[in-house]
Structures are given as C-alpha cells and as structure tokens.
Design a protein around this ligand. Structure first.
Ligand code: ATP
Ligand code: MG
Length: 283
C-alpha cells in the first residue's frame, strides 16, 4: 500500500486533504494521529511537519509527499518531483527596509541577511557572485532588520502584507513555489502503478479547475462561425433541436476566455446560454 506524507497542521494541511477528497480519497483530519488509513484508495496518510516531509520521502518512510517546493529546494534531499498541485502559491524574496537606498543586488555585498532558507539563499548569492553574511533564524524573520539583527531578509512572501506592516520592501524575487507532489526515487513497479492512478485523478481535477461547461442554442446557418469561436476537447458537440433550423452547441471554455467568447457568440445569434461548473475532465 502507498504511503503519503502530508502536513499535520498549517497552511497546506487543509488543501492537501481537500485535494485528496476531490480525488475520491477520504482522509481523516490529523488530530492526534500520526498515521491513518484513507478510504477510496489503497493509501496510508502520514502526518508530519512540512520541514520533515522531503527527508521522509527521500528515505522511503513515505512513498509520496505533498509539500511546498520551497521546502524541497531548501532541504535538498533527492526526491522525484511529480507534479505541481495548484495551491500554496508563494515566493521566496529578498526584502530590505523601505528607507534603504536599494540599487541592485550589489547592495547585499558584505551585508547581513536573516532567513529560514539559508541553502536556497546561499545558492542564489553564489550564482550571482554576491558574498553576504547569512543568518539563519527559525521564526519572525521579518522583524530582524527592525531590531538591528540584519540589513535585509530572505523570506516567504505571498500577498506582501507582512512585509509592508514591518516596513520592508521586496527587492528580488528568487524562487516561485507552490505545493508539489514528490515521490521517493526508485519506487517498485506496484507502487509506481498506484502512483500513476493517483496522479491521473489529480491531473483530471487540476485540468478541470477554471473550466466551464457551456451550452446554447444557435441558428444552424451560424454553426461555422460558432465552431471558430468555441474550442472543445476535440471540437464542440452539436445536437439538433426539435425546432427546424436550430441546433444546440456544447463546449468547455476556460474561465479566463469565458465572457469574451460568450459576447461573440451572442453577436452571431446564440440564445439560451447556460454556463455550468465542470467537476472533472479526463483528457
Ligand atoms: P510546520 O509546523 O508544518 O513546520 P510551518 O509553520 O513551517 O509548518 P506553514 O506556515 O504552515 O509552515 O506553511 C507551509 C507552507 O505553505 C510553506 O512552506 C509554503 O510552501 C506555503 N505558503 C504559502 N503561502 C505562504 C505564506 N504566506 N507564508 C508561509 N508559507 C506559505
Ligand atoms: Mg515548517
């Protein structure tokens, strides 16, 4: 049976459980348990601190893991990165007090930078030819400049609100991160097959996100125009209507193209347009 490590509590816990549940896999909330058996898939769930997930997966304590790319990159354990999961988005950035005259990376030469991600930062500075003092601190990195511990910080940013409220400005975006599915290198063929079944489900969920199922009635003579406007997995579906000269068209449209397409369809005479949520899409 496959074993997957997820964050026991914190920012990624709930969305990890929700994603599995969308994939038909019911998982107990961690509460006090370290490990539990999922329902709907041969899977055991191991609840860990996110810092420990890359190592657990690398060692094979868990076969799979859901964790931020930032942790994978920082810890550097050999793991196979299988897929991005579309949540937990953030970035690792350098920031300095807003009163600092910042004119580029050279600012950091010989300066002190506080961070919980010393390995990623050291690699970045080395790549850019910057020698700086990296001070590793576990929590509250953002207060380090104000208390005189550092000239700048390297930390996780999502909205940027924490930086602003600490009088800091983001000056370099170094690594974009989101939750990823990782695997232990060298899983046996049974586990590999089970992993593929799981990623198949996850991919179909991610594919259908932001997609809408659209249906409408259209005079038959405008069909050619409509097909040019509408994408489809292969092409739109066209069904006859009981009323002579009319048809019904069905298609899948991504959310960001939806309204522009709908307007063009209305212009060519589409009526009775229905827009439905799309639950799953198997390509
Ligand atoms: P743990 O107790 O498991 O060690 P933690 O305190 O280290 O938890 P969380 O704050 O729960 O970690 O964040 C987990 C992950 O969520 C981060 O490593 C990162 O990938 C992602 N994340 C997304 N947005 C943010 C954000 N604004 N701040 C921190 N982490 C974020
Ligand atoms: Mg952590």
């Amino acid at each position: 049976m496959l074993r997957i490590a997820i964050q026991a509590k914190g920012r990624l816990n709930e969305q990890s459980i929700d994603l599995l549940s969308e994939a038909g896999i019911r998982v107990a909330e961690s509460k006090r348990k370290l490990i539990s058996r999922a329902e709907g898939f041969p899977l055991e769930v191991l609840y860990l601190r996110d810092d420990d997930i890359p190592q657990a997966v690398s060692m094979g304590v868990a076969d799979l893991g859901i964790v931020g790319l930032n942790e994978v990159a920082e810890k550097g354990f050999p793991v196979e990165q299988i897929m991005d999961l579309g949540f937990g988005g953030c970035r690792l950035s350098l920031a300095v007090p807003k009163t600092t005259a910042y004119e580029g990376l050279a600012f950091f030469r010989g300066r002190r930078v506080a961070t919980s991600y010393p390995n990623i930062l050291a690699r970045y500075f080395a790549e850019k030819g910057i020698e700086a003092e990296i001070h590793t601190i576990e929590g509250s990195v953002e207060i380090a400049p104000a208390v005189g511990m550092a000239d700048g910080i390297f930390d996780i940013v999502s909205s940027g609100g924490t930086l602003i409220s600490n009088g800091l400005v983001e000056v370099e975006k170094v690594l974009f991160s989101e939750a990823v599915l990782i695997a232990c290198p060298g899983l046996d063929s049974d586990k590999r097959r089970e992993t593929e079944q799981l990623t198949f489900r996850l991919n179909s969920i991610l594919d259908s996100r932001g997609m809408k199922y659209v249906l409408m009635n259209l005079p038959k003579e405008r069909l050619g125009d409509a097909i040019r406007i509408l994408p489809g997995m292969r092409s739109p579906t066209v069904l006859p209507l009981a009323q002579e000269g009319w048809c019904s068209i069905h298609a899948v449209i991504s959310q960001d193209q939806l309204w522009e397409r709908i307007e063009r369809l209305k212009e060519i005479g589409a009526e009775g347009i229905l827009i439905l949520a799309l639950e799953n899409m198997i390509r």
